[in-house]
Design a protein around this ligand. Sequence first.
Ligand SMILES: [Cu+2]
Length: 735
Amino acid sequence: MGSRGTVWVALCAASLAACGQGASTGQRQPGIDVSKISLTYVCENRFSAQNSSPGAVTVSWKVENSGDQGTLDLPAPPSNQAFSETFFSTRAIGTVVLSAGSTRIASVANQQTPCTTQNFPLVQVAVTPATASVAPSGTIQLSAQVTGDADTAVFWSVQERNSGGSVDATGVYTAPPTTGTFHVIATSHADPSRSATATLTVRAGAVQVVVRPAAVTVAVNGTRRLSAQVTGNPDTAVLWSVSEGNPGGAVDPTGLYTAPATVGTFHVVATSHADPTRSATATMTVQMTAPPLLGQWDPVETWPVVPIHAVLMEDGRVLNWSRLGEATVWDPTSNTFTTVKAPSWEFCSGNAILPNGQVIVPGGHIQDEYGLPDVNVFDPVTSTWSTAPPMAAGRWYPTAMTMADGSILVVSGNTADHLLNQIPEVRNPDGTWRELTGAEFPVPWYPKLFPAPGGRVFMAGSDRHSKFLDPTGVGQWIDGPTTNFANRDYGTAVMYAPGKLMIAGGAIPPTDTAEVINLNDASPAWRFTGSMNHLRRHLTGTVLPDGKVLITGGTSGPGFNNETQAVFSAELWDPATEKWTELSSMTILRVYHSIALLMPDGRVLVGGGGEGANGTDEPNIEMFSPPYLFNSDGSLAVRPTIAQAPDSLAYGASFQVSSPDASGIAAVVLMRNGAVTHTFNSSELRVPLQFSASGSNSLQVTVPALPDLAPPGPYMLFILNARGVPSVAHMLHLG
Ligand SMILES: [Cu+2]
């Protein structure tokens, strides 16, 4: 309130007329000194009542000749100013009369002056879109912009309550099954007297069909999966067909196209079931040559639990846990599982890896949106959990990450009291916690946090306003650049090279856009890179040792977790060309609560999904072998091998890697072991190393001097040949 008071005083000084001089015409009344109360017109339908009497008073207002009225509790003046001011809005336009009981205090006309930031630099809320049409039971993402206060949070509500549909905490509106006109309200958290309304017309509108990809090149007899998106009708089914009939190939009811044995250009049509007059077409170019290598998915493997959280430990085993069931360790060498019951319910916690290789799990689950302050640590050497000193308050949906000095930063999440935990906390290397009270801020759940140059931390979303955190002392957020797309709710983010980030997908309805930033630049700025082949939400990005970014999972459909439009194909982004290549498709849909994790053998574990948001529970994984593991004819590539390398490295050290393939090595990289949940791996980093040949069987390699972009902990050392084929990793410890 203090900042708004300051603004108001400045406003009065700048414009006496706007401060309602002479507006106070009341007379003394028992109990209330009406001369101490005045009324001011501000702008639009906004008025202000000022109270300079020593105590709080209650007054009423009404718009003359209308039924519009209300009461105001005017607080006593704050200690640092002569009056308190209370703003209110009318619905009717006319002269407003302020009264105490039956005594008239003041009146002032609505001058119908537009509000501008000059005459009303206070909290203001806007909602986009302000008007929209949506199909019955359909969904639409609304967004709210709050200006005039650092606290830009809003509360969402539907004016018509249940009969008007529902809106979730992120602004996703779900229409009722009936048609009508309804209103969704965004109310400022900083100033609950401020709100904005979107008007939504629910009607069975014109059906729209979209097919992705719209153009495909495929080899003779090859296959390619297409997807269709129907909007404007709750019946999203389509009928697939090939315009040219059999000579043009075949398409099955799921959109899987099989090319004919002859070359040519053909057309696959998706026709709306709800409205057969609406359709969309993909153009299929069939050629003799084999398609580019698309990677390979291994068969589905059933797991004891849904891997919602997964951490690659220093010994190559994967610690994972779910909502239901107990935490489990998977040993990929023996394909066995060991149950390791955790001391707390760790679902929806943060996950990170300590410099000593132990897994730290801050926070956890009481019930949906209520978080534990518990901190548990898993030791891979003994395969046991231990409890550690708790945080100051609970955290449900926080992000935990390891910083350059080895301390653990935890940001966001809900407390045990169902409040957003706005104070970041740091676990010092000695295991004690300190609160970053100088960095109190309503950071949305599971923020995308990365180490940044200079010991800082960079937050890359999921909202548009990226920030730097100075974690020293009591901490401080420093505003960073704004992203180009909207809020990437349940999008993904990766650091594919030191200081270089990509964010992709997310939002409702989902986006196919991706953006990059280079934190090493003097003035880092987000810019769009190529867009993915598919719209994706609940996708997971995984950095590969060659620096390319693998995207798996997600859905193209609207709503929070739309399984009907899950995306099965993987995609690969090449930082050299900034282009995407669509890769082959997995078997199981992977949306909310699915994960992806780089393994030491260069494959990517993709699994999970479900146990929330009406999702299908998927206690299983699929291993993906990226294209870099194959020759161009599809046979397995011969991989370079590491004969010997150190088990631990110090910053700035120079070390030797023995390899019979040393002369053909083109890259040596450290990949930090991953810890992944909810679309984001908060531990994985890729650190290319300087190296030179040292004889024909050895490489001389240099470790970065600083931990800024390579925090201490377990890493995978890969060597790659000139074709980009990676070795199996040698696991080691940095720092
Ligand atoms: Cu969750």
